[in-house]
Design a protein around this ligand. Structure first.
Ligand code: NAD
Ligand code: ZN
Ligand code: ZN
Length: 374
């Protein structure tokens, strides 16, 4: 291995501060320390959560390398790494699995204490491996994939089947697994039920795929952008509606459409008003509503507690409730066995240097998932 133990100079998309475009820079990536792994990124998807950092609605430390939905190859390993070796195909995990904390040890838990959801921007050892123009550059959720090379903690890495196509299975690193798991693991959608999905981006469409595979009889997609409806129907929605066509809340519209029988609702946008309306949409007694959209860091929510008093269940989930290191390799195997299709979610594939164009496609509502290749 020619590069092992040495600093690698490579191209990376740096966000120097919030609300500014990416700048493609030459960055130095230090070798992995103990229990860390350096990866060459092969493909990475663009998720709305990355945009939350650009906009500054999710806490992060700047300058930062965002990106958290990727496939890569292990370039080198630090001392004491036992679960991967150079040449292994891997998916970095924004939600790690240390296998030691309470959440990891609980069969129903997955929110590992080692995750960097609060934005410290460093690896477990406490420092960053990225330097640009002599300044430290911070990590994002322990992944940072908008770069040719990155370093992650061993507990934030899943080894996957070498035959997996990188530009597709990168979606298993976030969007697909999050949505699919929200339906089948967190919501526990039952056969014959009626589901409502608020937000038809890459994650919302994956919720629909999960509802369908769980045997839901009726799946209603909701989005302001009607251009999303065709894709939603293709992945399993039975009908779609836009809030623009109604003057009353969508919860009332859904109640009329279904005879007050939405068993499961999912908020997959990240807005407070739609979180409450999605809750109100599910049946007042036996309904379950799942918050999947990332809440803005600084915002508080008020809602009428009567919504819960009558018996509704309100849940949230990170990464679809999956235990990442255990379940990501299995999801990749399921993909290779054609148990689900990722092609419908990928609307654009662009070279990494066109990252800004990839985000413009997200802003204009034209893309579902853009995958950047290296
Ligand atoms: N819980 C997790 O682990 C997790 C993981 C990944 C993403 N997320 C979050 O999930 C959300 C969705 O991600 P995505 O990549 O699919 O985003 P996206 O931007 O591609 O999709 C959001 C969709 O919501 C629609 N929308 C916006 N405002 C609306 C409104 N008021 N009413 C109806 N529709 C509206 C948009 O038109 C768009 O189609 C984001 O908040 C993201 O941060 C959470
Ligand atoms: Zn994501
Ligand atoms: Zn843990």
């Amino acid at each position: 291995m020619g590069t092992a133990g040495k600093v690698i100079k490579c191209k990376a998309a740096v966000l120097w501060e919030p609300k500014k475009p990416f700048s493609i820079e030459e960055m130095e990536v230090a070798p992995p320390k103990a229990k860390e792994v350096r990866i060459k990124i092969l493909a990475t998807g663009i998720c709305r959560t990355d945009d939350h950092v650009i906009k500054g609605t999710i806490v992060a430390k700047y300058p930062v390398i965002v990106g958290h939905e990727a496939t890569g190859i292990v370039e080198s390993i630090g001392e004491g790494v036992t679960t991967v070796k150079p040449g292994d195909k891997v998916i970095p995990l924004f939600l790690p699995q240390c296998r030691e904390c309470n959440a990891c040890r609980n069969p129903d838990g997955n929110f590992c204490i080692k995750s960097d959801i609060t934005g410290h921007g460093v690896l477990a050892e406490g420092t960053t491996r990225f330097t640009c123009k002599g300044k430290p550059v911070y990590h994002f959720m322990g992944t940072s994939t908008f770069t040719e090379y990155t370093v992650v903690d061993e507990f934030a890495l899943a080894k996957i089947d070498a035959a997996a196509p990188p530009e597709k299975v990168c979606l298993i690193g976030c969007g697909f697994s999050t949505g699919y798991g929200a339906a089948i693991k967190t919501g526990k959608v039952t056969p014959g039920s009626t589901c409502a999905v608020f937000g038809l981006g890459g994650v919302g469409l994956s919720v629909i795929m999960g509802c369908k595979s769980a045997g839901a009889a009726r799946i209603i997609g909701i989005d302001l952008n009607k251009n999303k409806f065709e894709k939603a129907m293709a992945v399993g929605a039975t009908e779609c509606i836009s809030p623009k066509d109604f003057t009353k809340p969508i919860s009332e519209v859904l109640s009329e459409m279904t005879g007050n029988n939405v068993g499961y609702s999912f908020e997959v946008i990240g807005r407070l008003d739609t979180m409450v309306d999605a809750l109100a949409s599910c049946h007042m007694n036996y309904g379950t509503s799942v918050v999947v959209g990332a809440p803005p860091s600084a915002d508080m929510l008020t809602y009428n507690p009567m919504l819960l008093f009558t018996g509704r269940t309100w849940k949230g989930c990170i990464f679809g409730g999956w235990k990442s290191r255990d379940d990501v390799p299995k999801l990749v195997t399921d993909f290779l066995a054609k148990k689900f299709d990722l092609d419908l979610l990928i609307t654009h594939v662009l070279p990494f240097r066109n990252i800004q164009e990839g985000f413009e496609l997200l802003y204009s509502g034209q893309s579902i998932r853009t995958v950047l290749t290296f």
